[in-house]
Structures are given as structure tokens and as C-alpha cells.
Ligand binder design. Structure first.
Ligand code: FPP
Length: 238
């Protein structure tokens, strides 16, 4: 059961870092009798809307799961469709630079097409002076893959076991210059993390919603933030 709280008017804490698993695109399309790709098209539009809104209300970091290390198992046509949406988004700098949004990426770039890697680098450089929110797209990202790569690099750097700390491990992750997520949102009625921000989510608050991602509205986000404001974050203390 999902209980939707009324949005109240009292000042609220805006989470510094929100992370979203943009789930439910396929089901959204299926419910409308459309091919899955239409769900992803709407999902990409929704990302732009939610990113703009997060920037407006003062979120500092927004990380979205755009393509996981497991998503390569999907039909090639669907993968190509998602990659084309990313191309379209990155080619138009009004989507991020025009919104004063700084763009960053996490994940293993090496498996992505050359032209996408170039677009990623160009958009990071173009938006580097933006003073608003940082939007981080997780692309070919997997939390376990990230930890595995960090361990390999730590070993290659010859770091001695006595020098291994939690902070050192964090500094070897793709997210080394981001704070951990305060609030992780998953729409579409699934209650899993699905290999997203595995190390970073240790003390995150989780918010699950039945709404499918293309239908997720700024009001739904407000509800998630409202619910976050009622959580008592103790970080293991009392
Ligand atoms: C999960 O829904 C969604 C994805 C694996 C892809 C998400 C990608 C986008 C929203 C487009 C990315 C582009 C930009 C510009 C951010 P699903 O397909 O697993 O849905 P289902 O569970 O209903 O099948």
C-alpha cells in the first residue's frame, strides 16, 4: 500500500542529493498499446522536466540511472533507442547549459560508442561553469562493477591494507567528488536498488512510488521530499 501525504506549506529541507531509478517506461508504453521505445522517449522528457524542477527548488545533485551494466541484455533495437535519446539530449546544450545545470556522468564509458563518449566529454566541458545543480547521468553503471574497478585500482596503486579506509574507497568510486545520496526514489512499484549506488546508499533514505516514471510529476517529487522531511536520520546514532 502506498500512502500519499498531503503536501504541506511549512518550509522543508531540500535533500542535497537526490538519486532516481527511472523505472516503468516499458510498462507505461505497454499500457498504452505502444512499443517500449515510446516509454523511453517519455522517460527522457520526464528527466528534463524533473531536472529543471530540482534545479529550481535548490537540489544540488541529481543522479539518474539511465543505463545499467545489465541493460545490455535488452534487444539491440531498444538499446539503440535509449542511446539515441542520450545523443539527442547531449547534442542540445540548451538542455543543460541553458538551464545552468552542470552535467556529469558515472559508469564505465569504455563500452559506449565513440560519438557518445565525445558528446559526454563536450557536454561536461560546456556546462562546467554552470552554477546551478549538478545532474549526473549513470550510463553503463553498475554498483558492483564500480566497487570491483575501485578495488583493482587500489591494488594497482600499491596501497597498503593498513591505509584502506571507507573514505579511501569512496575516493576511488565514480562519485568521488559527489556527496552520498540523501534520498533515493524508485517509481513503478518495484522495491529494489538494482545495483544502483551500492556503496553510496548505505545511509540514504528510500522512497518508493507506484507511479510509472513517464507519469512521475513534480507533485510526486514534492511528496517524496515531504516524506523525506518526516524521516529521522540517525546515521547509526540514537
Ligand atoms: C527502466 O524502465 C528504464 C531504462 C532502463 C532506461 C531509462 C532511460 C531513459 C529514461 C532515457 C535516457 C535519456 C536521458 C536523456 C536521460 P524499463 O524499461 O525497465 O521499464 P519496465 O520495467 O516497465 O519495462
Amino acid at each position: 500500500m502506498f500512502f500519499k501525504k498531503k503536501i504541506n506549506d511549512t518550509p522543508r529541507n531540500i535533500p542535497g542529493h537526490i538519486a532516481i531509478i527511472m523505472d516503468g517506461n516499458g510498462r507505461w508504453a505497454k499500457n498504452k498499446g505502444l512499443p517500449r521505445k515510446f516509454g523511453h522517449i517519455e522517460g527522457a522528457k520526464k528527466f528534463k522536466e524533473i531536472a529543471r524542477y530540482c534545479n529550481k527548488i535548490g537540489v544540488k545533485y541529481l543522479t539518474v540511472y539511465a543505463f545499467s551494466t545489465e541493460n545490455w541484455k535488452r534487444p539491440q533495437e531498444e538499446i539503440d533507442g535509449i542511446m539515441n535519446l542520450l545523443r539527442d539530449y547531449l547534442k542540445d546544450s540548451t538542455n543543460f547549459k541553458g538551464e545552468n545545470i552542470k552535467l556529469r556522468f558515472i559508469g564505465d564509458k569504455s563500452a559506449l560508442d565513440e560519438d557518445i563518449i565525445s558528446l559526454m566529454e563536450k557536454s561536461e566541458a560546456e556546462s562546467n561553469d554552470a552554477t546551478g545543480m549538478t545532474a549526473c547521468l549513470a550510463l553503463n553503471y553498475g554498483g558492483r562493477d564500480e566497487i570491483k574497478n575501485a578495488v583493482k585500482q587500489i591494488i594497482d596503486d600499491g596501497i597498503k591494507s593498513e591505509n584502506i579506509t571507507e573514505e579511501l574507497i569512496s575516493s576511488y568510486l565514480y562519485t568521488h567528488d559527489f556527496p552520498d545520496p540523501d534520498l533515493i526514489i524508485r517509481p513503478s512499484g518495484e522495491f529494489r536498488l538494482s545495483n544502483f549506488l551500492t556503496y553510496q546508499s548505505a545511509y540514504s533514505e528510500f522512497y518508493f512510488d507506484n507511479v510509472l516514471w513517464p507519469d512521475f510529476s513534480t507533485k510526486d517529487l514534492d511528496r517524496a521530499i515531504d516524506e523525506y522531511n518526516h524521516r529521522n536520520r540517525r546515521f547509526g546514532g540514537v
